[in-house]
Write a protein that binds this ligand. Structure first.
Ligand code: AMP
Length: 465
């Protein structure tokens, strides 16, 4: 099968050829003809399957005819996070370079005024996060009655983030006669209900089982004790000893843990970026950019911030915390072992993670192999405790609060967090629960002596202008 058999326009085919892609991915092959035939589509596909192009390419073809009117976008794409929205915009920029289309982003962290100016000019493709979109409609600056095609992307993630009521409101603001493309990686009952309400006789297109993990990913788990610092020590050891580690995403369950671990890794000389919902837009983009370009080989991230991001060729995924939702495990480890490449996923499991781990093993239908480290746990003082009531799902924020202005305010600005305590142990090192062996190298290193680290982990952080 080649792209030219799918019914795409010549302009779009030329743009695809320019990117070097020769064969459509299964989701593209199955979905594109239905989109061009103006059918509703229910796409069950994980990120990494090429699903973005599966809706972007036919949309570009359909949009060649017609013109946008002021404040009335012709098509609307809903994304759960700003990064995903920006990523979809990049796809339009890439494939739509030969077309004079107005593509606008409506995401938080950008001034309403600039966005209003764009909307006034008339928009062919509006890519938005639900909260910001509703803020614009409530202010009267945006009319959704001209939307011919609606894309709801990463719907299961929208559910996790509490966006479903917003999605339902938006669906009622766009014409009943619109075409709807709906993408989700999994089909929990709430998502099924939404598809039954808002899709009309959809073509169901599924490319892989929702709960399957790629066979190219080697999964393992390492047990640690209850003390938070044990996880950090074991992680550092795993990073040093990992075979073929080129770059890694390290997932934490809480935003606060992301910030703490990031600082801790930096302090220990690792080149790490952080990605979580309390960071402002430009800091998130910078972090992502540094990681994508390989300037920083480690990315510490929360689920919501990292979900769906297109980061090719990640060699390792570490679960610093085992996710509470088993689906998140599948998504996390799906960041590695993409497109047939080999990947490694290692979970660091404390006693409180055990319940979540069992749920994951049940979902993926296989046990996760246990491995041991030669780890000696030092009696490191505990860092700042996690903030009270912080949700495990990280970046979730009720709409009411968002509308009041501030987005995801941290209880304490990141810069003012107390640094991880790495002072000399108060008492002699205790032997960890794992196989006793020679003390870890770091215990005998001078502060600032990183000679034991692989060179690429020590690359300096380049300041950006
Ligand atoms: P997505 O699932 O949309 O996040 O896409 C995952 C990655 O696959 C992105 O880097 C795309 O650029 C890439 N991609 C999309 N379509 C194709 C294709 N037909 N052949 C090869 N790579 C593709």
């Amino acid at each position: 099968m080649s792209f030219s058999n799918l019914g795409l326009s010549d302009k779009v085919l030329a743009a695809v050829a320019a990117t070097g892609y020769t064969t459509p991915t299964p989701i593209q092959e199955k979905a594109i003809p239905h989109v061009l035939a103006r059918r509703d589509v229910l796409g069950i596909a994980q990120t990494g399957t090429g699903k973005t192009a599966a809706f972007v390419l036919p949309m570009l073809t359909l949009l060649e005819k017609g013109r946008a009117r002021a404040r009335m976008p012709r098509t609307l794409i809903l994304e759960p996070t700003r990064e995903l929205a920006a990523q979809v915009k990049e796809n339009f920029d890439k494939y739509g370079a030969g077309q004079k289309l107005n593509v606008a982003l409506l995401i938080g962290g950008v001034s309403f005024g600039d966005q209003d100016v764009k909307l006034m000019r008339g928009v062919d493709v509006l890519i938005a996060t639900p909260g910001r979109l509703l803020d614009h409609t409530e202010r009267g600056g945006l009319l959704l009655t001209g939307v011919e095609l609606l894309v709801i992307d990463e719907a299961d993630r929208m559910l996790d983030m509490g966006f479903i009521p917003d999605i339902e409101r938006i669906c009622k603001l766009v014409p009943f006669t619109r075409q709807t493309l709906f993408f989700t990686a999994t089909m929990p009952s709430e998502i099924r209900r939404i598809t039954e309400t808002f899709l009309h006789n959809p073509e169901k297109v599924e490319v892989s089982k929702p709960a399957s993990t790629a066979v190219t990913v080697t999964q393992s788990q390492v047990s640690v004790g209850r003390e938070p610092h044990e996880k950090r020590e074991v992680l550092r050891q795993l990073l040093r000893e990992a075979k073929d580690l080129k770059n890694a995403i390290i997932f934490c369950n809480r935003k606060r843990e992301v910030a703490l671990l990031h600082r801790s890794l930096q302090k220990h000389g690792f080149g790490a970026a952080a990605l979580h919902g309390d960071m402002d837009q430009s800091a998130r983009m910078t972090a992502l950019d540094q990681f994508r370009k390989g300037e920083l080989p480690l990315l510490v991230a929360s689920d919501v911030a990292a979900r769906g991001l297109d980061i090719p060729e990640v060699s390792h995924v570490f679960n610093f915390d085992v996710p509470h939702h088993p689906d998140d495990y599948v998504h996390r480890i799906g960041r590695t072992g993409r497109a047939g490449r080999l990947g490694t996923a290692i979970s660091i499991v404390s006693p409180s993670d055990q319940k979540s781990l069992l749920a994951i093993e049940k979902l993926i239908g296989q046990p996760i192999a246990r491995t041991e480290t030669n780890h000696i746990v030092s009696a490191e003082a505990s860092p700042v405790p996690a903030s009270d009531g912080e949700k495990a799902s990280g970046d979730r924020k009720p709409r009411r609060e968002r509308s009041r202005g501030g987005r995801n305010k941290s209880p304490r600005p990141e810069g003012s967090q107390r640094p991880e305590a790495v002072a000399a142990p108060q008492q002699p090192p205790s032997i960890g629960r794992v196989r006793p062996a020679a003390a870890s190298r770091e215990q005998f290193s001078e502060p600032g002596d990183h000679s034991h680290l692989p060179a690429f982990l020590l690359r300096p952080i380049r300041a950006r202008g």
